[in-house]
Ligand binder design. Sequence first.
Ligand code: PLP
Length: 384
Amino acid sequence: MPANISDHDARPRASASSIAEIDLGALLSNLQQIRAQIGDREILAVVKANAYGHGALPIAAYLSRNMPKPPLWAVAFLEEGIVLRAGGISGPIVLMTGAPQEQAGDIVAHDLSPVIFEKSTLQALSRAALRAEKEMTVHVKIDTGMGRLGILPAEALPFIEAVTKAPGIRLVGILSHFAHPDLVDADFTQGQLLSLQKIMGELEKGGIKVPYCHMANSAAVVGLNAAYLTLVRPGLMLYGYSNLENKERFQLKPVMQVKARVIALKKLPPGSSISYGRTYFTKKESRIATVSIGYADGYPCSLSNRGEMIAKGIRVPVVGRVCMDMTLLDVTAVPDLKLGDWVTVMGAEGEQCVWADELARWAETHPYEILCGIGPRVRRQYIS
Ligand SMILES: *Cc1c(COP(=O)(O)O)cnc(C)c1O
């Protein structure tokens, strides 16, 4: 393992209450499969939100060192870009939520590439670049149907022209974003792609060359080759998940496994109530384990009386309400479970596995929220 990964939050300490094991080999394999699929296009690896909970700096540092051609990096906010720069990441870093004007100086100082979509930001960045006597690279975002960030297609050309003329600014990318993270509505998805391609066509006619044109999230990388354009922008699939049913082209491997410890264990008679609000009563004499992970660590409250963990290779149900720091399990079926043992909260153990997509189904959310939600108390340990 590269030295500077263990220097950060990866340092294993003698005792931890809960652990997120990050399999860097799985991460590398997921990225290599994307590389193999997209030919010589570029990859903008999405490491926002602390790399979906996996640790942005260790992830980017590892991939920088282990990919012959490292990807570009995408984060949401300035602070996230600074963390990567401070940790020695030297490749392009795209700020995907834009550039609040008061951050223009910092963005230039750290050589970050913001996504922009309106004039006042452009002017502020241009002034900051001139002041610093630097050239700053930007990407222009087009709103093709998300209603979120981006200039509307009808206003795009004059804005892009203004970007190409702004002193100190170099336009390196045009992008848009799909409204369906699973591309379920094929017509709408296609319409969005066409809308971006139309603008690219007009730019070309006008003699404006832009190196990167990008739109493909993970779902498009898996299921929509037409959206590859010149650069792809995957997040979720790097971490081993896909929203698409048909993902046979890829053997994605989940990167994170979460484990917690048995911190109390007892036999309770039939009719005993379990946890806050007394939402569960034992039906027979039951062995109840308390494990050291709760909603403050990202184990959702909505898994109360619904989730399952794996103890000694056996799936065991969550009983009663998930608490802030602890969750209770009925482990009657696992007589050899002892105080201090680890249980698998997310991951594979023996014949069983519980991954973020299954947790998400139980919690009525998506794997993104499960992964990003794994909190800072859960100690990250990097294995390769
Ligand atoms: C988060 C994000 C992505 C990555 O999406 P995945 O579905 O995780 O692949 C791509 N582009 C933008 C603009 C995003 O915000």
